[in-house]
Design a protein around this ligand. Structure first.
Ligand SMILES: O=C(O)CCC(=O)C(=O)O
Ligand SMILES: [Fe+2]
Length: 304
């Protein structure tokens, strides 16, 4: 199911008796002038072994498996910076064009939208009205199902999906069939939802993060279960497998000023008149977040 990425209206929700899921979303949302308590946010860069044990998190190299919700797996730094820039550039330049679809195409606001354009050495432009793009099987909004028609999932996205599945060995055959690419500005958020449109509710969702870090919340099959909140950084792979595939999740917060790759590929000394698009993509990523999540819509042909 696609969720509209929403602009933050900057007003705390006032209702009483919020369910536990909404309560957590509210806690992490950005409200101008209000401080957020991040003390319960799980940042795997900063947890020691004892804290991980207390929270039911099992580490093996860069892979973190969660007891709750069962089936959540986070691989830190799964994609290196080159991959992050290469794939983000494709999202911004290619995957927003026909035959793929975006929210603008569906809502017919403006089909001749601008795409990512480098104006000059210093500037880039991306039409921020584009909130999401969909490649692969196209979800039919009017009839609320996946139609048979489909575009091809582009090779670079197939490749990272296969790489994720091979790395974690979650199932023998994984076919990336429908992919949503979300574009977030720094005050955007995505409300809690289930991804329940796919007939295959058992194959994992592989979800890749690019650019600004975010607060990702995931709870249970209803909003009555209190979710956990995990910090996702650029390059991370978040997996919703098994039980977690059917759990409510969302992104209540994008964290401003949080994109700090260890090595800067564009040191000032190398910046000259030949600036390439990669530099602009890098700058875009320091002010925005891109998420790619891939689903298998139908059951794999070959049984496990
Ligand atoms: O942006 C994210 O990390 C999650 C996106 C998501 O849940 C979705 O597109 O269904
Ligand atoms: Fe989702």
């Amino acid at each position: 199911m696609y969720q509209k990425i929403k602009k933050n209206k900057q007003k705390p929700i006032q209702y009483q008796n919020l369910n536990p899921f909404k309560e957590t979303e509210k806690k992490y949302k950005f409200y101008a002038g209000l401080q957020t308590d991040f003390s319960e946010l799980i940042d795997l860069n900063n947890l020691n072994e004892q804290q991980m044990e207390q929270q039911g998190i099992h580490k093996n190299g860069s892979v973190y498996r969660f007891d709750y919700p069962q089936g959540v797996i986070l691989v830190k730094g799964f994609l290196n910076l080159d991959d992050q820039i290469r794939i983000s550039k494709l999202c911004m330049n290619d995957y927003i064009n026909q035959p793929y679809r975006t929210n603008l195409f569906i809502y017919k606001e403006d089909e001749n939208f601008d795409k990512f354009i480098v104006h000059d050495d210093q500037k880039y432009h991306f039409n921020n009205k584009i909130r999401w793009a969909n490649v692969g099987y196209q979800y039919d909004w009017n009839n609320r199902h996946y139609p048979q028609e489909k575009t091809q999932v582009p090779d670079p996205i197939q490749e990272i999906s296969q790489r994720a599945n091979n790395f974690l060995q979650l199932q023998n055959h994984y076919q990336s069939e429908s992919v949503i690419i979300n574009f977030y500005q720094s005050h955007d958020y995505m409300t809690g939802h289930l991804d329940d449109a796919e007939l295959d509710q058992d194959s994992p969702i592989y979800s890749f993060s690019f650019g600004l870090s975010s607060v990702f919340v995931i709870g249970g099959p209803t909003k009555d279960e209190k979710p956990i909140a995990i910090k996702l950084d650029s390059g991370d792979l978040l997996v919703m497998s098994g039980h977690a595939r059917r759990c409510y999740h969302g992104v209540p917060r994008i964290l401003a000023n949080s994109f700090h790759p260890i090595q800067n590929p564009f040191p000032q000394s190398q910046l000259d008149a030949n600036l390439n698009t990669d530099f602009h993509v890098f700058n875009y990523l320091s002010e925005h977040r891109i998420n790619i999540n891939t689903r298998q819509v139908y059951k794999p042909q070959v049984e496990q």
